[in-house]
Design a protein around this ligand. Sequence first.
Ligand SMILES: [Zn+2]
Length: 504
Amino acid sequence: MALSRERLRADGDAFMEEVSREFYLVHSGLKATAELQPIYARYARVLGPAALDLVRGEFHDAAPGSEAHRAARLMLEWEVESQTGRALAELEEREIAWEAATVVSLPDGRAFPYQRLAIEIANTTDRRERLALDDARATAVETGLVQIRRDRLQQEREFVESLEIGSDYNSAFTLMSGISLDDLVAECRECLRDTESAWADLLPRAAQRSLGVPVADLTRADALALLRAPEFDRYFPGSDMEASVRRQVTEMGIDPDAEGRIRYDTGERAAKRARAFCAPVRVPEEVYLVMRPHGGQTDYQTLLHELGHALHFAYTRADYPFEYRWVGDNSVTESYAMLFDHLMQHPRWLLRYTGLGKRELPPFLRAAALEELQFLRRYCAKLIYEVQLYGGQLSWDSIPDLYVETLTEATTFRYRRADAFIDVDARFYAARYLRAWQLGALLAESLTEQFNEDWFRNPRAGPWIVENLFAEGQREMADELAQRVTGRSLSFAPVIAAVERLLI
Ligand SMILES: [Zn+2]
């Protein structure tokens, strides 16, 4: 029996649920190993050549600009992404197993689980100790993870190119995602130029004051410690965090539990991933928000970010087709996450929902500006680097030097060759983050215009956000959404303007 478009979508839904549940269980530490390959095997029919032919046909037959064309493009993107996932499942399982099982030993005999190291490095105030931890991490990565990641990148590129959707990996991405990498890279170069002097002004003083390290000696490990900013910890008690954030969401007229559809998993568990995540297992019915508290304001920021995702998925229209609920331009969901996590840069939000007082506000906002600029410049550099990495013009052996050069130049922190294949967001996810930054800043401006400076506690704002933003799932591209809601185009201008406001 030939595969119908209805069957493809119904099975796609079931497949996404199983894969997401597996990721949720493993990354939250509730299940020891990921068993992805059996899931891919069960859904072989919707992830094979016949399914690809079907969505390719839909895409070619639909009139450009029509709703059918939009849906078909999303299905093509999903199909290719899922088939790539299937082709790489064995490597992905190995990577997850390596991360879960690796224990990193220091010369003095102490040992740390790999998953815990990023937290340890950020929390270590003794610089020699911090660098020793990072040396040990880099050695462990070089002997194990680098080869897995390099194989994965190589195989991903070869697999996508074998499908002959574009002339190479990057053009296939542009065709399926609707995002022009060339244009975005040009914007990133401009953004790096536009923020250069602010960065050169902020960083040296902050590094000297907080870490006692001259700017010329700064490394990526120092960046983790600098951005951790423990001096503000006491204003962000872990015990109040969830209740404060829930209170704010309630005040803006949204149920933080989404009538039970969002489940919070914020406790400590040994095998839990250091990096927080939101796992939409069924959209919109079952969404998990998982985080592992590290301490301090970073936790607040992380909770807000993941909450933005969780609310988005849990308030997506249940009657939307598979592709609008599950697929689409992730710049959109990331922009909602950023809309929420950027509340940590909002003076009125900070005064109302955290322990921060008026006196601590200026130094805190200055630290926030430093962090924002660091991340912005890092992500601009990452995209510039990753476009060359996936571009295939350079040999794998020359890639680590390019990585160190590009990231170090943009951020000032010295990066390590060992991370060249580790510090990569697959399938140009950096492009989604960068566009999310742009959209999130535009949305914040628009909400301020409509619902005043403290829109985050205006009971009319939440229902508006649910109806006009969250309910739409990811039917639209980030740039379409920006036009519909704000009448403006995406750019870094509102992002840079927001950073400048922090520095006044
Ligand atoms: Zn996110």
